[in-house]
Design a protein around this ligand. Structure first.
Ligand code: NDP
Ligand SMILES: O=CC(=O)O
Length: 326
């Protein structure tokens, strides 16, 4: 008998065929409390789940007593209670690597568009405001040769450093929990403490995961340490930045601008103060959202679930210690 799994995000046709070849699949549209209640028997029988978004916590795990593996179509896994999964011996798989370059491209797009005011000025042109030669009130600020600070020098941070240093001749500063030799060797990146990163960066680029330690790591006090000409880019997770403190800093000139792919609440509420600010470039969490990369993530997530439920995990496992327990 094939193991039962719940798929909570639709897959490209060929990947769905591959999943069906290995498992009895129940597909639902999102891991919402309503869907979980409506498909209670499917969750009771599920040995695996695959999708993205939605909380997998202690309460959820009570509904899925046979669960052995969870496969998320994302690299971030902050919606999973990993300690609870470990307690129950459930393997958590994710999709690092395949999306790294695409997310770094998105971050570079945010750097360029916020510094050169690309979105704001395009909107002004479309609104018919370009009536004469432009003056300094429409000027932006240079990107090339400015200091790019990276908070979180992991896979994505490294790919961003490559773009900024080799493509735009930017000196790289960074902070992480440990030194990253590859970044230092290849891109001359300089390790520094957080206060130095805040004080010296022209662009503060956040590529951190959301954890108890990184929640609101950037708040009012940290924003006050940044240059008034600085631009904050966040493509890690929204709650890493205290959003109200950021709104205030953008309004009162504490910092110059922000480019944001992630928010404390997603989708960003339409009444968010961020949407009223000209010096904000807001994106709808599109870090990895290209056809090629999203396909690659879905493919890896399917392969990850197959590997996890057949005991052949070689990569992409968040909690490999669970494998040793079995
Ligand atoms: N906007 C989007 O669409 C996307 C967003 N993301 C987000 O980006 C995050 C990073 O992805 P990726 O680069 O692959 O992950 P990695 O695990 O490779 O990198 C994470 C980095 O964050 C650092 N870090 C973690 N905690 C702290 C801390 N408390 N203080 C300082 N540094 C810390 C790590 O430090 P150290 O190296 O010292 O351990 C590491 O350098 C994901 O977790 C996800 O939240 C990812 C993909 C798409
Ligand atoms: O935010 C996206 C991810 O893959 O994590």
């Amino acid at each position: 008998m094939k193991p039962s799994v719940v798929l909570y995000k639709s897959l490209p046709e060929d990947l769905r065929v591959r999943l069906d070849a290995h498992f009895n699949v129940t597909e639902i549209n999102g891991l919402t409390p309503e869907n979980i209640a409506a498909h209670a028997e499917a969750f009771r029988q599920a040995e695996g789940i695959l999708g993205s978004g939605g909380k997998v916590d202690v309460e959820f795990l009570q509904q899925a007593p046979k669960l052995r593996a969870a496969s998320t179509i994302s690299v971030g896994y902050d919606t999973f209670d990993v300690a609870a999964l470990n307690d129950k011996g459930i393997v958590l798989m994710h999709t690092p690597t395949v999306l790294t370059e695409t997310v770094a491209d998105t971050m570079m797009a945010l750097v360029l568009s916020s510094a050169r005011r690309v979105v704001e000025l395009a909107e002004r042109v479309k609104a018919g405001e370009w009536q004469k030669n432009i003056g300094p009130d429409w000027f932006g600020i240079d990107v090339h040769h400015k200091k790019l600070g990276i908070l979180g020098m992991g896979r994505i941070g490294l790919a961003l450093a490559q773009r900024a240093h080799l493509g735009f001749s930017m000196p790289i500063l960074y902070n992480a929990r440990k030194h990253h030799q590859e970044a230092e060797d290849r891109f001359d990146a300089q390790y520094c403490d957080l206060d130095t990163l805040l004080a010296e960066s022209d662009f503060l680029c956040i590529s951190l995961p959301l954890t108890a330690e990184t929640h609101h790591l950037i708040g009012r006090e940290q924003l006050a340490k940044m240059k008034p000409s600085a631009i904050l880019i966040n493509a890690g997770r929204g709650p890493v930045v205290d959003e109200q403190a950021l709104v205030d800093a953008l309004k009162d000139g504490t910092i110059f601008a922000a480019g944001l792919d992630v928010f404390e609440q997603e989708p960003l509420p339409v009444n968010s103060e961020l949407l009223k600010l000209r010096n904000v470039v807001p994106l709808p969490h599109i870090g990895s959202a290209t056809h090629e990369t999203r396909y690659g993530m879905a493919r890896d997530a399917v392969d990850n679930l197959i590997a996890a439920l057949t005991g052949k995990v070689e990569k992409n496992c968040v909690n490999p210690q669970v494998l040793k327990q079995g």
